[in-house]
Design a protein around this ligand. Structure first.
Ligand code: NDP
Length: 297
């Protein structure tokens, strides 16, 4: 392997510790802790794991965690009522509803109901619009984490050519807008992109957010490129050599021979996603209390 490993776990630990320091000052100044309300509907095991780790990270940062676990058959109206109550609750600085939701609930309606100024996931259309036109709002945690890793690795991103593979509302599109905001020349690739390897080969920065195990190969990369692998894919345990391993969207073995720097899976983007959720929750509390904090969060 010739690429430098980008240690997302260490970067996330550093960010979380910086936030915990600010939370201590916030509590002393305001007499209360920032709070995050997390709503889980149904019993999806992966979602339950995510909700548990978000709650744990919130408490470790010195903040309050409020968990609402609703049964899978909860009517949509009941969920919307809960969100109205949380929107009005001064103890909830951040609100998030764990996705995916059961099929009878309209996720867009739910996301839109969260007060944009408490929408720490950054999925509300108001926050998507703010990001698009360069206003302060909340940026989705995964792309924000990727941007932080890229800035820490490369410094000024201005003028670099970046390819984002994937155009989802929660990763690809906001990622492209963040890179554009840092003055990269951005290409967004997706399932209809022609000759994807040739497109990727132009890029100084590659962000892969596809959901296809080990799709991006080493020979797709420009030598020295910085590669951020967002993908989380569990290999089929029945597959030879698979053993249920967790892999990214990038073929790490070949890509790490060509890239200049690369994130591992696990231990790359994943930990930064949670750290950025904690960051957004603290920022929400600070904005609401007009509390001044260090700018480098
Ligand atoms: P989506 O399924 O919503 O989007 C996937 C995107 O990849 C789509 O835009 C799709 O294109 C594109 N795509 C699919 N196949 C190809 C292909 N063969 N070539 C090029 N593009 C393709 O996924 P998400 O954005 O939600 O997530 C992407 C990955 O990131 C997943 O593995 C997910 O598990 C992971 N993830 C990780 C997080 C973390 O914290 N590390 C957080 C969130 C997601 P089209 O639009 O044309 O269909």
């Amino acid at each position: 392997m010739s690429a430098k490993l980008i240690d997302g776990k260490a970067a996330a630990a550093q960010l979380r510790s910086a936030i915990a320091d600010e939370v201590t000052k916030f509590r002393a100044a305001t007499g209360r802790a920032p709070g995050l309300a997390v709503v889980l509907v149904g019993e999806d095991p992966a979602s339950a794991v995510y909700v548990r780790s978000k709650g744990k990270a919130t408490i470790e940062a010195g903040m309050e965690s409020f968990e609402y676990k609703l049964s899978a058959d909860t009517p949509e109206a009941e969920l919307l009522d809960l969100l109205d109550r949380l929107n009005a609750d001064p103890a909830a600085d951040g609100i998030l509803v764990q996705l995916p939701l059961p099929a009878h609930i309209n996720a867009n309606k739910v996301i839109t109901r969260i007060d944009p100024d408490k929408d720490v996931d950054g999925f509300n259309p108001v926050n998507a619009g703010r990001l698009a036109i360069g206003l302060h709002g909340f940026v989705p945690c995964t792309p924000l984490g990727c941007l932080k890793l890229l800035r820490a690795e490369l410094g000024d991103l201005s003028g670099k050519s970046a390819v984002v593979i994937g155009r989802s509302n929660i990763v690809g599109k906001p990622m492209a807008l963040l890179l554009l905001g840092d003055s990269c020349t951005v290409t967004i690739a997706h399932s209809r992109t022609r000759d994807l390897p040739a497109v990727v080969r132009q890029a100084d920065i590659v962000v892969a957010a596809v959901g296809r195990a080990e799709m991006v190969k080493g020979d797709w990369l420009k030598p020295g490129a910085c590669v951020i692998d967002v993908g989380i894919n569990r290999l089929d345990p029945a597959e030879p050599g698979g053993k249920g391993r967790l892999v990214g969207d990038v073929d790490f073995a070949s890509a790490s021979q060509v890239a200049g720097a690369i994130t591992p899976v696990p231990g790359g983007v994943g930990p930064m996603t949670i750290a950025c959720l904690i960051r957004n929750t603290f920022v929400s509390a600070a904005r609401r209390a007009a509390f001044r904090y260090g700018k480098d969060l």
